[in-house]
Ligand binder design. Structure first.
Ligand code: NAP
Length: 247
């Protein structure tokens, strides 16, 4: 039986979608959770829902692209819950365009949140985790970071960068009993994908062996595994949650 009783997790981008599902899942298994988002009203609402169903949750505002805000986030989580055992770098954005039309601002925005945001929060958490000689860092990448996608050069580069960051940090902190892994979701039904053209949604389904889109809970279940002691001997890995789309 998996339990996260006594553990503390911080999930970024947790107001809605995959981040909210992860927060609910970890709380369901006894973890105390900090939900952080640039949309703090949304994070507070989700944290309240977790509390209403018996969990322990707090909401904090932070733009992960800003190192000082990431540092404050880790500090405030430790102030509130005394420690931090699990960091889920989930906050992410898209600004899709073909490369020839992509503006510098579209490139910079995606790299700043998806890749630098993951760096910022990881850098801020690594010292307390090294001191306590344990920790789980789970980075939400994407299969697009593995196989690329036309119209998403910025997003694919950021998510491929997250994989390189994951493997490098895993090698740096393994001796301190800190596991660092990535999850690469495929086509998951959230706000991020709801405006995809119908033709793109249909095209996805033709290349998914399990013949359905994924749900946020499919990703949350994988994060639960990586956050739990069941994955203690797994580090530097990328787990695909994509119905078999990329294998
Ligand atoms: P989502 O519904 O758009 O949720 C992302 C959350 O992150 C939003 O609440 C958003 O707030 C927040 N956020 C944006 N910028 C932020 C920042 N600078 N600092 C802190 N929070 C910020 O997306 P999702 O589908 O749940 O995706 C979650 C993660 O999974 C992302 O990293 C995404 O790239 C990845 N992923 C998703 C899919 C998919 O099919 N959905 C597939 C592969 C990977 P605002 O609403 O205020 O912007």
């Amino acid at each position: 039986m998996i339990t996260l009783e006594g553990k503390v997790a911080l999930i970024t981008g947790a107001a809605r979608g995959i981040g909210a599902a992860i927060a609910f899942k970890l709380a369901d298994f006894g973890c105390r959770v900090t939900l952080s988002d640039i949309d703090v009203v949304g994070a507070e609402k989700t944290a309240q829902e977790i509390k209403n169903s018996g969990g322990e949750a707090a909401a904090l505002a932070a733009d992960v692209a800003r190192l000082t805000q990431a540092e404050n986030l880790i500090k405030e989580t430790i102030d509130k819950f005394d420690k931090i055992d699990i960091l889920v770098n989930n906050a992410g954005i898209t600004r899709d365009n073909l490369l020839m039309r992509m503006s510098e601002a579209e490139w910079d925005a995606v790299l700043a949140v998806n890749l630098k945001g993951t760096f910022n929060c990881t850098k801020a958490v690594i010292r307390p985790m090294m001191k306590q000689r344990s920790g789980k860092i789970i980075n939400i990448s994407s299969i697009v970071g593995v196989i690329g996608n036309a119209g998403q050069a910025n997003y694919a580069a950021s998510k491929a960068g997250v994989i390189g960051l994951t493997k490098s940090v895993a090698k740096e902190v393994g001796s301190r009993n800190i596991q660092v892994n990535a999850v690469a979701p495929g086509y998951i039904l959230t706000e991020m994908t709801k405006d995809l053209p119908e033709s793109a949604k249909e095209a996805f389904l033709t290349v998914i062996p399990l013949q359905r889109a994924g749900h946020a809970d499919d990703v949350a279940n994988t994060v639960l595994f990586l956050a739990s002691p069941l994955s203690d001997y797994i580090t530097g890995q990328v787990l695909h949650v994509d119905g078999g789309m990329v294998m």
